[in-house]
Design a protein around this ligand. Structure first.
Ligand code: CO8
Length: 251
């Protein structure tokens, strides 16, 4: 379900009876929606959420049980998730309730997570005799560190929203009823900035996970020069000097 409100698009997973279990169909529709929104220059930030009870309780277990290793491999289902990494528009995950397995992996594919106090994060695949398969062992470890990632992935332990905040998995925790509004508020705040500098900053932060420090710092510096070349940078700097609010046009 996709709603547009000015510069922010809100995408809500809508399979409530199965706690938004991520079937191939759901993921296919989600990836197409995100890629389409990413092409739309009017959209400057995206909120991805579920409902109050669940962001998503994981990949669809019935589908996993029915599939074979070869059918999973041939369908390239997990590969489709990777295309979310290529989305340049910032994505804010709005998490309320269960955020488990593939659901947690999906939230971690987003750029930041806003969670309600009720949110529960976990990688419980071990209880099913498998393990995370869409990046969980890598992204969770980078987010919370080895000790907590081992604890969560080897025992299936769930984290409360407060724990997830303390461990660095989520950016903000808000009251239960504010889970979507706060995520939208963050998205509007991002959408008001220069989209060029936002995208370059997002890309540079992502490089921190993939590059050695010196190469990442060099990448950042070149991104800074590139951002300075935009009219938005001239506008932002001049607006400060002239003591007025900047008006970013995305040019
Ligand atoms: N897949 C399919 N259906 C699900 C899933 C799921 N992941 N989670 C819940 N459901 C369904 C239940 O079967 C139930 O359906 P029904 O009413 O028809 O019986 C309905 O949602 C409601 O669930 P519960 O009755 O169990 O609700 P509870 O409040 O009692 O429990 C829990 C909520 C604790 C979240 C519980 O549903 C649960 O443990 N769910 C499974 C969580 C899990 O193990 N997730 C990991 C799945 S594996 C995975 O994500 C691997 C990712 C690798 C990527 C692969 C890409 C192809």
């Amino acid at each position: 379900m996709v709603e547009r409100d000015g510069r922010v698009a809100v995408v809500l997973l809508n399979r409530p009876k199965q706690l938004n279990a991520l079937s191939g169909e759901v993921m296919g529709a989600l990836v197409s929606a995100l890629l389409e929104l990413d092409e739309d220059a009017e959209v400057r930030a995206i909120v991805l959420g579920g409902n109050e009870r669940a962001f998503a309780a994981g990949a669809d277990i019935a589908e996993l049980a029915a599939g074979t290793p070869i059918s999973l491999y041939e369908s390239r289902r997990i590969d489709a998730w990777d295309s979310i990494r290529a989305v340049r528009t910032p994505i804010v995950a709005a998490v309320s309730g269960f955020c488990l397995g593939g659901g947690c992996e999906l939230a971690m594919l987003c750029d930041l997570i806003v969670a309600s106090e009720s949110a529960k994060f976990g990688q419980p695949e071990i209880n099913l005799g498998v393990l995370p398969g869409a990046g969980g062992t890598q992204r969770l470890t980078r987010a919370v560190g080895k000790a907590v990632a081992m604890d969560m992935i080897l025992t299936g332990r769930m984290l409360s929203a407060r724990e997830a905040l303390d461990f660095g998995l989520v950016a903000r925790v808000v009251a239960q009823e504010a889970w979507l509004d706060e995520a939208k508020r963050v998205a509007y705040e991002i959408a008001a900035k220069s989209p060029i500098s936002v995208r370059l900053a997002k890309e540079a932060i992502d490089k921190a996970f993939e590059m050695p420090l010196a190469a990442g710092v060099e990448f950042e510096r070149r991104s800074f020069y590139l951002a300075r070349a935009a009219e938005d940078a001239t506008e932002g700097l001049n607006a400060f000097i002239e003591k007025r609010l900047p008006k970013f046009e995305g040019t």
